[in-house]
Design a protein around this ligand. Structure first.
Ligand SMILES: CC(C)(COP(=O)(O)OP(=O)(O)OC[C@H]1O[C@@H](n2cnc3c(N)ncnc32)[C@H](O)[C@@H]1OP(=O)(O)O)[C@@H](O)C(=O)NCCC(=O)NCCS
Length: 148
């Protein structure tokens, strides 16, 4: 997915708002999740959202979303965000995030997601790493629930 950083998306320094980038990440990841599941999906969580460099007004923002792993009714999607200089094509990494989506049927009930078969080395690496992230994520969810 590509976007351009318009002045209305920027702060006083001329760099994009983090919340705007988070919204684009949610959309890019949601499209990847829907395309895999071919179903309605909702965002259950967004974690590890790190802004490592700013994107400036006039730059192109390129978001690449990958379904990393399917669990049962949920799946993890990773998003890498880069800023591209439109004149030179030079790109730099600006943000990364991991999101979990849950598939729902028309009645709003959770529904199983088709399995994902990793094929390339990169896909297998993402698949394996997703398992550990899921463990940490669910531990944090449990801690949060016990504090409520
Ligand atoms: C996401 C939602 C459907 C999960 O419902 P729930 O009753 O908590 O479901 P469960 O605890 O049975 O979990 C269902 C699946 O989601 C996963 N999950 C639930 N909460 C999660 C979280 N915070 N982070 C990661 N995964 C989560 C579970 O691990 C489980 O996965 P699995 O079936 O693949 O093993 C529900 O919390 C919800 O509707 N949230 C609001 C969604 C929303 O409005 N999003 C923003 C706009 S799209």
């Amino acid at each position: 997915m590509t976007e351009i950083v318009l002045p209305s998306y920027a702060n006083a320094l001329g760099t994009v708002f983090g919340g705007q980038v988070a919204a684009w990440i949610d959309i890019a990841a949601g499209v990847a999740a829907m395309r895999h599941a071919r179903n309605i999906v909702v965002t259950a969580s967004m974690d590890d959202l790190h802004f490592v460099a700013p994107a400036h007004v006039g730059e192109i923002v390129v978001l690449q979303a990958h379904v990393n792993r399917v669990f049962t009714t949920s799946m993890e999607v990773g998003v890498r965000v880069e800023a591209e200089n439109p004149l030179t094509g030079e790109r730099r990494h600006t943000a990364t995030a991991y999101l979990t989506f849950v598939a729902l049927d028309a009645a709003g009930q959770r529904i199983a997601v088709p399995p994902l078969l990793p094929e390339s080395e990169a896909e297998r690496r993402r698949y394996q790493q997703a398992e550990q992230r899921r463990i940490w994520r669910l531990e944090r969810r449990q801690m949060r629930d016990s504090e409520e």
